[in-house]
Design a protein around this ligand. Structure first.
Ligand code: ATR
Length: 318
């Protein structure tokens, strides 16, 4: 892996969060920039909640080209931006800020697109009219963190998706899924939160409204699981060893189902269970890679698939 050299001309980007010390984004971005020979550097920017406004506006003053935004600031940055993309507006969250040449700030969210790109890279096609084109392909050599064996995996069309959880991560995922024409069912501990999520996505995507539904997790899961081609965990359950499953272990997975867990820091019990029952099990590291590649493509103008490939390589290097 090449190393990042900071000189007077270096273009700066970074990640705003609190804390950010655990973030893997600096490693993967800097690896990709170095591999491409770009004079760019990606720095951690720990920003306390009471300083979000000055930090965001400070990006312009300090000559940054942009920044990623992570927890807990994805909503908090919005009042300090000049414009939002339709997706950021619809989900009420920003993970990417672009500083435009006139000094104005554009807020975007690349999380949902990153999720979809990772599914495509794994040959999982969601909704209508999806095709595998030039996106990066996962191979045994670069899939070190993927739980399931990937060859041969036939392209699997998924029309019915079950999303577990209705928090911030779910918003980006449900919006992206709803856009594809898939039927999206949300199951959540708190039914009110799932219903509110459905309402806000339906308001942004009226043509998708009839294909969105909300259900309580308890009681409804067996029936919902039976009907799903793709199951996505968006809750934080599984982040720590010993967490309860975001699932009911008495509900079995099928070999024709794909189970995607947004968690990427460890192999979750959900994925281990899904894999043991023959389902395809995918973790969220690919979503991290693809959301990052899309952000970097917005800032640098470089090819997103190439960036994704280099970021994935960069994460494999300790
Ligand atoms: P994020 O922004 O990372 O998605 P969040 O907004 O706190 O995090 O959302 C967490 C999601 O995980 C919610 O869907 C939450 O369910 P509720 O809406 O009922 O709060 C779900 N969740 C968190 N802890 C849970 C638990 N112990 N059991 C079931 N669901 C849980």
């Amino acid at each position: 892996m090449g190393s990042t050299r900071l000189v007077g001309t270096t273009h700066l980007v970074g990640i705003i969060g609190w804390p950010v010390s655990h973030s893997r984004s600096p490693q993967m971005h800097n690896a990709a920039y170095a591999a491409l020979g770009l004079d760019w550097a990606y720095v951690p920017l720990p920003v306390a909640p009471e300083r979000v406004g000055v930090a965001v506006r400070g990006l312009v003053a300090l000559g940054f080209a942009g920044a990623n935004v992570t927890v807990p600031h994805k909503q908090a940055v919005i009042p300090f931006l000049d414009e939002l993309t339709p997706v950021a507006q619809a989900i009420g969250a920003v993970n990417t800020i672009v500083v435009r040449p006139d000094g104005s700030l554009l807020g975007d969210s690349t999380d949902g697109a990153g999720f979809m790109a990772d599914l495509r890279a794994h040959r999982v096609l969601v909704g209508e009219g999806q095709r595998i084109e030039t996106d990066e392909r996962i191979t045994p050599e670069n899939s070190a963190y993927t739980v399931s064996p990937l060859h041969p995996v036939p392209p699997s069309p998924c029309h019915r998706v079950l999303v577990i959880g209705a928090g911030g991560a779910a918003r980006a995922v449900v919006y992206a899924l709803a856009e594809t024409g898939a039927t999206v069912t949300i199951a959540n501990r708190t039914l009110d939160n799932a219903e509110a999520l459905c309402r806000s996505i339906a308001a942004a995507l009226p043509h998708a409204a009839s294909r969105l539904s909300a259900h309580p997790f308890a009681g409804a899961l067996a029936g919902l699981a039976e009907e799903a081609d793709l199951i996505v965990n968006t809750t934080s359950l599984g982040l720590h060893a010993g967490d309860p499953l975001p699932w009911d272990a008495s509900v079995a997975f099928r070999p024709d189902q794909v189970v995607y867990d947004l968690i990427y820091n460890r192999r979750t019990e959900l994925l281990t269970l899904a894999r043991s029952q023959g389902a395809t099990a995918l973790d969220g590291l690919g979503m991290l890679v693809h959301q990052g590649a899309r952000s970097a493509a917005l800032w640098t103008g470089k090819d997103e698939a190439e960036l994704a490939h280099l970021m994935r390589e960069g994460l494999r290097t300790p």
